[in-house]
Design a protein around this ligand. Structure first.
Ligand code: UT7
Length: 327
């Protein structure tokens, strides 16, 4: 199969910022605790009129512009999110309309923080198989809408934002997606989830009173699995493709916790100078975290065409994924 590559990137985050100091006024926490336990200093929060689709559409427009592709040329749109506009229609359909991609099919992917890498991998197969020439992968989240702002265990961690990538056939057979690993363990789904609102616990007065429409997380247990899974997945994708850690120019990990990121880099054998970190600015934006990091790293010159990159994510499901690509 021919290689497919990321031909354009874009991102969009809300302008409204919530600092650790702001959170000190809402729950019993401290800037020192949040920084030392997670690495987070600020996060961006959707304002009036900003939704998963508006942020995703803005990231998508920027990615299309970056790739020099018109909306009409897009043949398929994949949107990764756990905070969709609504159950249906899909957020992908809403974004398809917003950006005027009138020739595109559209669907959502639900794989939590691993969603962008799952979506990228699906896009890679569609393009590689010749089904489509141009696929748009968007990851967008407004986690602030499902965050329990009275729960200090979770509310200090999450933020809102969107990232997008245009995927097309590699122009030179050098740049492109080399290998992907996609995994899951549904038996541990209860470690990180939103209990109500679906068919198991439809919305009722009781589900609202019990605060079941918010993120619930066993942070300590999730932490342990994340360290193991992200380390293993990133090492396997490099080794499985016949590369060594020293060949990797940049590790772009899901931005959930600086200590998980450091452990992943150590397991992979890559110094922190070659790891992209922006958790301090955005917190954990779930599926959006990796495409925001890719786009930002590119704009800052930390990611250059031809660089060998490992992206690795972990999240609700549980799901985890790693993708090795030459940017
Ligand atoms: O997106 C992918 C999925 N999510 C993740 O990857 C998150 C994984 N987990 C984590 O990042 C970490 O487990 C946390 C940042 C959530 C927590 O860090 P920790 O070092 O695992 O802390 P802990 O849960 O062991 O809690 C330590 C203490 C507890 O007090 P006691 O029981 O020791 O007295 C908590 O009650 O810290 C307390 N605590 C807080 N204190 C101040 C919990 N949250 C806060 C808070 N401020 N916001």
């Amino acid at each position: 199969m021919p290689l497919t590559y990321i031909s354009g990137t874009g991102s969009a985050v809300p302008s409204k910022v919530l600092t650790n100091e702001d959170l000190e006024k809402i729950v019993d926490t401290s800037d020192e605790w949040i920084r030392s336990r997670s690495g987070i200093e600020r996060r961006h929060i959707a304002g009036d009129g900003e939704t998963t689709a508006t942020l995703g559409a803005e990231a998508a427009r920027r990615a299309l512009e970056d790739a020099g592709v018109s909306p009409e040329e897009v043949e398929f749109i994949i949107v990764a999110t756990v905070t969709p506009e609504m159950f249906f229609p899909s957020t992908a359909c809403v974004i398809q309309d917003m950006i005027g991609a009138k020739n595109a099919g559209a669907m959502d992917i639900s794989a939590a923080c691993s969603g962008f890498l799952y979506g990228l991998s699906v896009a890679d197969r569609f393009v590689g198989a010749g089904q489509f020439e141009t696929v748009l992968v968007v990851a967008s989240e407004t986690l602030s809408k499902i965050t329990d702002w009275t729960d200090r265990n979770t509310c200090v961690l999450f933020g809102d934002g969107a990232g997008a990538a245009v995927v097309r056939q590699s122009p030179d057979g050098e740049r492109g997606i080399i290998k992907a690993i996609l995994r899951s363990d549904g038996s541990k789904g209860g470690l990180l989830y939103m209990p109500a609102g679906g068919s198991r616990h439809p919305t009722s007065h009781e589900t609202v009173e019990k605060r079941l429409h918010f993120i619930k997380m066993n942070g300590r247990e999730v932490f342990k699995v994340a360290v193991e899974a992200m380390g293993e997945a990133s090492a396997s994708v490099v080794e499985g493709a016949g590369y060594r850690p020293e060949d990797v120019d940049l590790l772009i990990p899901h931005q959930a916790n600086i200590r998980i990121i450091q452990a992943t880099a150590k397991r992979l054998g890559i110094p922190m100078e070659r790891v992209y970190v922006n958790i301090q600015e955005y917190g954990n934006t779930s599926a959006a975290s990796i495409p925001i990091a890719i786009d930002e790293a590119k704009r800052k010159g930390a990611l250059r065409p031809g660089d060998l990159v490992v992206a690795v994510a972990f999240g609700g499901g549980l799901t985890w994924a790693s993708v090795l690509f030459r940017f």
